[in-house]
Design a protein around this ligand. Structure first.
Ligand code: ISJ
Length: 367
């Protein structure tokens, strides 16, 4: 009995300490928010955008480096993203268009980056995300660009040829698929719906665990979840977010064949961010159709010792057999050597467009 009382007393004491700390955190959050409002006012006067992805990267990096634990860095990142998201919404919530419907992986990526205080607008195609952003109806757009197993989303690359939009940031999302249904009972599943990309990423698991169950195509993983929410015999391969939105149970979690399954998303906007602590630069260019043309164009990067992280080519669609190249490199266009190399390349190719220099996202740390 007395031992119980002792436990209660020390519990109460510790909870009292936590309450005091929470009050301090609250006070500091509001102090921080007031400073963010002052910054917003200065930016407004000087016509600067309130949202600065480069500054956000610097903040997250600084905080996680300072952290000595036991509080985990992944959680710190989520919390600080939410703090910055809420600071931005004090000014005016950011409007963000994404490839919908609600519950897609693009939705998840957008929320991971902009936090829960932004206003999200689902649209039904990648082109519509570009249209909304170009017209200024939204501040930012989020589109998928490549998957580590399935390759590049060529439709998104093509859009950069037609629109004068820039890349503001990237989001690297670890994509995990789940089999979802209303009951969560495997025996009740008579058909499975999903987007072909998601189905392809779970092929081995499906063959081993769901043989003879027909797999039907849907326009997105979120749409598959919606169908499953209306049909007791249907299951969907979709995200955890879709499970929450459509009130579905997990038949099985993590059914992707390759646990190293990442999708990279781009945030598009009408302006360029400035330099952060670690950036990459994306350009697109076309070259004359002659032997050695691509080799010549790549030489300035070698000369300036710039590390190219990606090169993709797409038919230009303007003239048969004319190709457009997309190149990602380390560094920011404000770095002297990057600027010099890009200028040199511009001189030898037919056409070159700087798509953006933006903070690198290394993704959430692996545990
Ligand atoms: C406050 C600023 O503006 C915005 C809000 C931030 C924050 O809450 O820390 C960080 C970057 C910007 O998106 C700033 O530029 O410092």
């Amino acid at each position: 009995m007395s031992e119980n009382r002792e436990i209660n007393v020390s519990l109460e004491k510790l909870r009292g300490e936590i309450d005091k700390i929470d009050e301090e955190i609250l006070e500091l959050l509001n102090k921080r928010a007031n400073i963010a409002i002052d910054i917003a006012n200065i930016k407004k006067k000087t016509n600067l955008k309130f949202y600065s992805p480069e500054r956000e990267r610097i903040i997250l990096e600084r905080i996680t480096k300072l952290n000595k634990g036991p509080f985990p860095n992944d959680a710190l990142r989520v919390i600080f993203r939410e703090i910055m998201s809420a600071s931005l919404s004090l000014e005016e919530p950011l409007k963000v268009a994404y490839l919908g419907p609600e519950g897609t992986f693009t939705n998840l990526a957008a929320m991971r980056h902009f936090g829960s205080s932004a206003k999200y607008i689902p649209v039904d195609s990648i082109k519509a995300v570009f249209d909304e952003t170009e017209s200024g109806r939204v501040n930012y757009g989020v589109v998928p660009i490549e998957n580590s197993n399935e390759g590049v989303v060529s439709y998104t690359l093509d859009m950069f040829m037609d629109y004068d939009l820039k890349i503001s940031a990237e989001i690297l999302l670890e994509v995990s698929h789940n089999l979802l249904s209303k009951s969560g009972e495997r025996e009740k599943v008579k058909r499975i719906y999903s987007h072909p990309q998601a189905t392809a990423q779970c092929r081995i698991w499906l063959e081993a665990n769901m043989p003879n169950i027909p797999i039907l195509e849907s326009t997105s993983t979120a749409r598959a979840a919606e169908i499953a929410s209306q049909d007791e015999e249907a299951a969907a391969i979709a995200s955890e977010l879709a499970a929450r939105i459509y009130d579905l149970q997990f038949v099985e979690r993590h059914i992707e064949d390759n646990r190293n399954n990442y999708t990279r998303f781009l945030i598009i906007s009408r302006d360029y961010p400035s330099k952060s602590s670690k950036d990459k630069t994306s350009i697109l260019f076309s070259v004359k159709d002659r032997p050695g043309a691509l080799y010549d164009v790549l030489l300035p990067f070698r000369k300036s010792k710039i590390n190219l992280t990606k090169i993709e080519s797409r038919p230009s669609k303007r003239r048969a057999w004319e190709y457009i190249f997309f190149v990602d490199m380390e560094g920011h266009i404000e770095d002297k050597k990057v600027r010099k190399a890009v200028e040199d390349v511009k001189e030898i190719c037919l056409y070159l467009k700087h798509l953006g220099s933006y903070p690198v996202d290394e993704g959430i740390e692996k545990k």
